[in-house]
Design a protein around this ligand. Structure first.
Ligand SMILES: Cc1cc2nc3c(=O)[nH]c(=O)nc-3n(C[C@H](O)[C@H](O)[C@H](O)COP(=O)(O)OP(=O)(O)OC[C@H]3O[C@@H](n4cnc5c(N)ncnc54)[C@H](O)[C@@H]3O)c2cc1C
Length: 462
């Protein structure tokens, strides 16, 4: 019998902490979890789920407009922001309750409190003011939006801006919004607001949005945004923000002064390790404040692990959950299991959306593969009658030597749903010949993936 209060103490009730605590408890451990805010964490409360609900809301504008080509006449559509917020909040509260119930049902003790380290085995519950001890500790504290450019450049007036956290609770829908950032969160919110009728400008300091994605996808999204009427300003960043009257004014390093009703910063996220006092437990942090872990998610302190966004590996919910399951196997089931970070299907919920799994052309070449590329752009059947100028892009990157499909990239309606299943094929090591041998489902956009017979071009690594 150990002399600790718990076998495991989990700090953070987000995707990572919830799954890890439940699995450890199911394996027979005595587990407690502290959550300082709301059970479910970023994904459930102010990330994936409310964001996707907003994405659905934003799609209706296209649907109403497209319906005319199919013979429908719709009166002038009206949108009510407070109704969307209220219904979203109701659904999020329902999910939060489900999460809490499931964790409790697994036998985990929940503390609605902030936990900080006091020594390697002791945590202080800040509000309650008492200390608890545990044999093993899991740091799953996630991350938060930053208002800083780079590592230290605080934008003067940055406090006048919102981040994704506040975007979910705006009292009124702005008429004009300026979004800063070129990552998926910036792009998704730019499209959400645009779909809801807001005049959207996007400012990004890079030369192209979505760094790290395949170049064709980046170009396709950029063209689509221009066609849709989003104002995209690349190669510039804010130097100062000011409020005059009811308007905000953002100055950029290129000399622009942009007027807006709201400015949203989506310029990066910082790990939640400030004030956690990990130094008292011998846990090392990296340059960005992330918890440094080995391949089994173990920190520099042998009995302390860290998973999810706080480790700054891959910041996605399914990865946080996967790391949680690997942690439980390693620490409580006697089966050391390292999480895999390969072939992760991911989506960007712009309009239309992006679905990606595996390597981009650049990545494949960088890893020494000689590649054959199969590429197709076409007007989806739906838009032959809507008149909407929207093209779909599909691209397969194939290793010339082994015939294995290394990457699949889709830009177009339904891309996220399609890419999940392509992920299964890549996980199984599918070859292009096997893609070609698969019977097409007709008529669908996805059939293009199994009917691209002629390669577009080949490339050899530099
Ligand atoms: C706007 C947005 C959209 C996103 N969309 C997607 C998407 O479409 N798909 C996808 O896969 N991922 C998406 N993500 C990412 C996803 O939400 C995260 O990868 C995931 O939530 C990480 O889970 P986590 O458990 O590591 O961290 P979190 O979910 O952030 O949980 C950490 C929890 O720890 C708590 N905490 C922190 N410090 C303490 C402390 N000292 N004591 C007690 N509690 C503490 C926090 O309150 C928080 O609830 C999105 C994120 C954002 C911001």
């Amino acid at each position: 019998m150990t002399h600790f209060d718990y076998d495991l103490f989990v700090i953070g009730g987000g995707s990572a902490g919830v799954r890890a605590s439940r699995m450890a408890a199911q394996a027979g451990a005595r587990v407690a979890l502290a959550e300082e805010w709301r059970m479910g964490g970023t994904c459930v409360i102010r990330g994936c789920i409310p964001k996707k609900l907003f994405v659905y809301a934003s799609h209706f504008a296209d649907d109403f407009a497209d319906a005319a080509g199919y013979g429908w006449s719709v009166g002038e559509p009206k949108f009510d922001w407070p109704t969307l917020l209220a219904n979203k909040d109701k659904e999020i509260a329902r999910l939060e309750a489900v999460y809490t119930r499931n964790v409790k049902a697994a036998g985990v003790a929940i503390f609605a409190d902030r936990a900080v380290f006091e020594d390697p085995h002791t945590l202080r519950l800040v509000n309650e003011g008492r200390a608890v001890t545990a044999e093993k500790i899991l740091i799953a504290t996630g991350n938060r939006p930053t208002r800083e450019l780079g590592t230290s450049h605080v934008i003067p007036g940055g406090n006048l801006c919102i981040t994704s956290n506040e975007a979910f609770h705006l009292a009124a829908l702005p008429k004009r919004i300026l979004v800063a950032g070129g990552g998926y969160i910036a792009l998704e919110f730019a499209h959400i607001f645009h779909g809801l009728g807001v005049d959207v400008s996007l400012v990004y300091r890079g030369e192209k949005v979505l760094r790290g994605f395949d170049e064709d996808i980046r170009d396709a999204l950029h063209d689509s945004m221009k066609k849709r009427g989003l104002h995209v300003m690349l190669g510039c960043e804010f130097t100062r923000i000011e409020k005059r009257g009811n308007s905000l004014y953002a100055e950029t390093n290129k000399g622009h002064v942009i007027e807006a009703d709201a400015i949203m910063l989506a310029i990066g996220r910082a790990p939640n390790t400030e004030m956690l006092h990990v130094e008292k437990a011998g846990v090392d942090l990296g340059k960005r404040g992330e918890v440094v872990v080995d391949r089994y998610s173990r920190t520099s302190a042998e009995h302390i692990y860290a998973i999810g966004d706080v480790t700054d590996r891959v910041q996605l919910t399914p990865i946080a959950i996967h790391e949680a399951m690997c942690f439980a196997k390693t620490a409580f089931e006697g089966k050391p299991t390292a999480p895999e970070h390969m072939n992760i299907p991911s989506a960007v919920f712009t309009t239309p959306e992006i679905g990606v799994v595996g390597m981009s052309e650049m990545k494949a070449l960088g890893m020494g593969h000689t590649i054959d590329v199969y590429k197709s752009t076409f007007t989806p059947l739906r838009h032959t009658m809507t008149g909407r100028d929207e093209r779909m892009l599909m691209k397969l990157i194939v290793d010339q030597k082994t015939d294995k499909v290394l990457g699949c990239h889709i830009f177009g309606h339904g891309a996220a749903e399609i890419i999940q299943v392509v992920g299964v094929a890549l996980k199984m090591g599918a070859t292009k010949t096997q893609f070609d041998a698969t019977i097409a489902l007709h008529p669908s956009a996805a059939e293009e993936l199994v009917t691209m017979r002629t390669k577009s071009y080949s490339k050899v690594p530099a």
